[in-house]
Design a protein around this ligand. Structure first.
Ligand code: ZN
Length: 279
């Protein structure tokens, strides 16, 4: 963005967006938060404590956010949580609109990482026929994964129009636009692989998403999940500056033991578990 005409164009777009943001904020950002929970959304325990208080450190939109930790199961969650309206407000111009160009630069340049994610599947299924990437955004993972798995048909699911753009650009074969739990009944047992890369932490109800995944994966198929690990050493060392806290977008941080137990209860067999610091 060093070209002065690009700069001018961006300034004009920002100026055009300003009145809508100003109107949204007229009553203050507190209206974007729901009621504070007194129980853990994962296990129902009342033993909650403050884990982190922070602000929007990336987009610098106004608002204050709190993450609570459950003393019984270790689940960490945003409390109070953003409402639907709040999610719309804080996501706006991050992945789409104003932020689209910046984010495509970020995601588009991650080919090697995406190929690594696809290769992680090879020991378990070297040639899946159908793969659904949930929370696919603009489909950049699928586009890279095709170089590793040229015979696989990649579909994408997301609730923004990015998924339709991805289909038109040929990065995915079929676009499913909407919420995964709502779409899952029509996708029953259709996929050899369902992937959720950095998706569950954005969801308002991760347990519902896992049930949807169990529906969409065919018997004997695979589910691939990548989430930030709140038990990571860096989460402790960096405090509020640990990037994966990503407030206010990340609503849930599920300790790996909880995830493993829940997947087993749903009928999955956990085949592999990897830990790595974020890329
Ligand atoms: Zn709990």
């Amino acid at each position: 963005m060093s070209d002065p005409s690009d700069k001018r164009a961006k300034a004009e777009r920002v100026a055009a967006l300003r009145p809508a943001y100003r109107a949204d904020l007229a009553a203050g950002p507190a209206r974007f938060l729901g009621a504070r929970r007194t129980t853990c959304p994962w296990c129902g325990s009342h033993k909650l404590s403050d884990r982190l208080r922070t602000t929007d450190l990336l987009q610098h939109k106004p608002g204050r956010f709190t993450l609570d930790r459950c003393a019984d199961c270790g689940h960490i969650f945003q409390n109070p949580q953003l409402t639907e309206e709040g999610l719309e407000f804080y996501y706006r111009d991050f992945y789409d609109g104003l932020g689209e160009q910046r984010m495509s630069g970020t995601f588009g340049g991650r080919g090697a990482m995406y190929e690594g994610r696809a290769r992680a599947m090879l020991p378990h299924d070297p040639a899946p026929k159908t793969w659904l990437d949930v929370g696919t955004g603009h489909g950049h993972f699928c586009a890279s994964a095709r170089t590793v798995l040229p015979g696989t048909s990649f579909d994408g699911l997301d609730f923004t129009d990015g998924v339709e753009l991805a289909a038109r650009a040929g990065r995915i074969d079929q676009a499913h636009r909407g919420a995964f739990p709502d779409l899952a009944p029509e996708l029953t047992a259709r996929y050899d692989v369902v992937s959720m890369f950095h998706y569950l932490e954005h969801s308002t109800d991760p347990d519902r998403e896992l049930r949807a995944a169990h529906e969409a994966v065919r018997p004997g198929g695979h589910l691939l999940i990548e989430v930030p690990d709140p038990d990571s050493r860096y989460a402790r060392l960096l405090g509020r500056w640990w990037l994966p806290w990503l407030q206010p977008q990340h609503l849930h941080f599920i300790p790996v033991g909880n995830l493993r137990r829940r997947l087993t209860e749903l009928g999955f067999t956990v085949l592999a578990e990897q830990h790595a610091e974020p890329h």
